[in-house]
Design a protein around this ligand. Structure first.
Ligand code: F6R
Length: 242
């Protein structure tokens, strides 16, 4: 793992955007795995700026998003579909048919999950996967528990995650209780991974990811087994690394 500790969120966003833009410059047909949440918002803003300045071209890029709330319609402001289209896709020159998002539809969800993994494999696998991390150590919505899942699947969100994400909704009751997420196999098969974290609420999860034992209690700890992971964190998120 390569650890980059930066001074502030702006620097984190610029460093992360730099990794992504370099990937696309080297491979214009790159397959990108993308995350949502508050952490990558600054990175997406920076990418939009670089695209407008003509410094990166997304016309041949394909994207696969990590996860989506189950049962939240695409037009719902808190759906990850809405987030991605407003923060990024509508603002860059990506072709709509090259965008892949997990479905929020619970009908035939198992079949959808199988097909999503097949689509990733058929595209040649993910070249660069962007990850955030939950305060409980989740990546995507692979929540801590006794077992971790390999493939894309429907997951019950933990109470920790529902509480953490209730800041985006008017109450915790409104947060969907389930989500569709890529499994850890799909994430670990990515050729390169960047994990972003900012703020002290992420410090323990980051410390356990970087220097703890590999455990299902901290799903991100499995990233220690990946050969090309860059972790970009601010000083607060890095505070407990020993
Ligand atoms: C979102 C995702 C989640 C978030 C994590 C951190 O697509 O996969 O794992 O990255 O919950 O969220 P923020 O950045 O809002 O703290």
């Amino acid at each position: 793992m390569k650890l980059i500790v930066v001074d502030n969120y702006q620097e984190l966003s610029e460093r992360a955007a730099g990794v992504l833009v370099t990937e696309v410059a080297v491979k214009p047909q790159a397959i990108l795995g993308l995350a949502t949440g508050s952490t990558p918002e600054g990175m997406y803003a920076q990418i939009v700026k670089l695209n407008r300045e003509g410094k990166v071209d997304f016309s041949q890029v394909t994207t696969f998003n990590l996860d989506e709330y189950a049962g939240l319609a695409p037009e719902h402001e808190q759906s990850y579909y809405y987030y991605m289209h407003h923060q990024l896709f509508h603002q860059i020159n990506i072709r709509p048919e090259q965008i892949n998002m997990p479905s929020c539809d619970l009908e035939d969800v198992d079949q959808f999950c199988r097909e999503y993994d097949q689509r990733i494999a058929a595209a040649g696998g993910i070249d660069l996967q962007v990850l955030g991390i939950g305060g409980n150590g989740h990546i995507g919505f692979n929540e801590p528990g006794e077992q971790l899942r390999v493939h894309t699947h429907l997951v019950d969100l933990t109470e920790d995650t529902i509480q953490a994400n209730s800041r985006f909704f008017s109450s915790a009751e409104e947060v969907p209780k389930q989500a569709v997420t890529m499994g850890l196999g799909s994430i670990m098969l990515s050729k390169k991974i960047i994990l972003l974290a900012a703020g002290k609420a992420k410090a323990e999860a980051i410390a356990r990811t970087v220097c703890g034992l590999i455990t299902t209690a901290i799903p991100a700890s499995i990233l220690q087994l990946h050969r090309d992971v860059i972790i970009i964190v601010d000083r607060e998120a890095a505070a407990l690394i020993t």
